[in-house]
Write a protein that binds this ligand. Structure first.
Ligand code: FAD
Length: 284
């Protein structure tokens, strides 16, 4: 498939990006790794008369790890996340999840910013970032603002980012405790049928805090406060896990597609979440 004709822009700084966005409005779109946008353009599902390549815009390719926070520039690739030793120590769930995205070819180009900004319910990082309580920084004509990941997703491909804003960084509090990213997919390189991100902090024999989000089971990622709270104060025994799974099944809203009917997706969601909770607890 060949995309419709478009004009290619390659600004050298963010001011240049914002100027093209302002000039062309809805007709302009930024491109990071291009591994979601270009296929959409080729399938004629995205019409982008003005394509703005972000590759030459500096300042968005760093990973900064400090004792309390981790800041990941929007142009950091999934491969960068996998290769960064400091990040793997500070937030191993990021590496565990990134390794389950697509294949190495995609991961060398696909960026964190593109993955979370796209609003594709199948992308793995939005749910992961909700689990980690991330903050997304965007910049636009009115300056910079921060949007919590848990408030960012409105519907499939609809987010709280305005069209003329660019996502520049993702910041997360340094995660504590045990973690797991579990993903069920039909084959290597596929998007999730269901995926779960879980972080659990243990105090003595009990769960002190928990955070749970799931992917590709609604038109947005689903962070479930009820599922997370179902574990808190328990020894994460079978009854608590059952309660967490039941709460999550109440919050997701899967639809039938080529990954299966609704009953199957609910079943897979339960199996995957149970596995993720058990593994996170075993590492807590
Ligand atoms: P692009 O394709 O460049 O952009 C995607 C969208 O985000 C566009 O609308 C663009 O305008 C917007 N955008 C990009 N950067 C910014 C920014 N900084 N600010 C504002 N808007 C921005 N992903 C998964 O999570 N899990 C998978 O299992 C998976 N499997 C895949 C399999 C294949 C075969 C392919 C081709 C892709 C797969 N992907 C998967 C998607 C891949 O991870 C994408 O690369 C990623 O989702 C988008 O990142 P990108 O940098 O390529 O973004």
């Amino acid at each position: 498939m060949i995309p419709a004709a478009f004009e290619y822009h390659r600004p050298q700084d963010m001011a240049g990006v914002l100027a093209v966005l302002e000039e062309h409005g809805d007709d302009a779109r930024v491109m990071a790794g291009g591994h979601s946008l270009i296929p959409m353009m080729k399938l004629r599902m995205a019409d982008v008369p003005h394509l703005i390549d972000l590759q030459d815009v500096g300042g968005m390719s760093d990973i900064d790890v400090s004792a309390d926070t981790i800041r990941i520039g929007a142009m950091v690739t999934q491969a960068d996340i996998i290769d960064h030793a400091g990040l793997a120590d500070a937030a191993p769930i990021l590496r565990e999840a990134a390794l389950q995205i697509a294949d190495p070819q995609v991961r060398y180009m696909g960026t964190v910013g593109g993955n979370v900004a796209n609003g594709d319910p199948g992308n793995d990082m939005p749910g992961l970032m909700q689990c980690l309580d991330a903050m997304f920084t965007v910049v636009g004509p009115d300056g910079e603002r921060d949007i919590p990941a848990r408030e960012f997703y409105e519907a499939a491909y609809m987010t709280a980012r305005e069209d003329e804003e660019v996502l520049t960084a993702v910041t997360i509090p340094a995660p504590k405790g045990g973690y797991a990213y579990e993903k069920q997919k039909r084959k290597i390189g596929d998007y999730a049928t269901a995926a779960a991100a879980v972080q659990i902090v243990k105090d003595g024999g009990n769960c002190a805090s928990a955070s749970i989000a799931m992917t590709n089971l609604s038109d947005t990622p689903v962070y479930s406060e009820d599922a997370s709270n179902a574990l808190v104060g328990t020894s994460v025994d079978a009854a608590a896990v059952d309660a967490a799974v039941a709460a999550m099944l109440g919050d997701i809203d899967p639809t039938e597609d080529n990954r299966g009917p609704v009953a199957f997706k609910n079943h897979v969601a339960g199996v995957i979440l149970r596995r993720a909770i058990e593994r996170a607890w075993s590492r807590a």
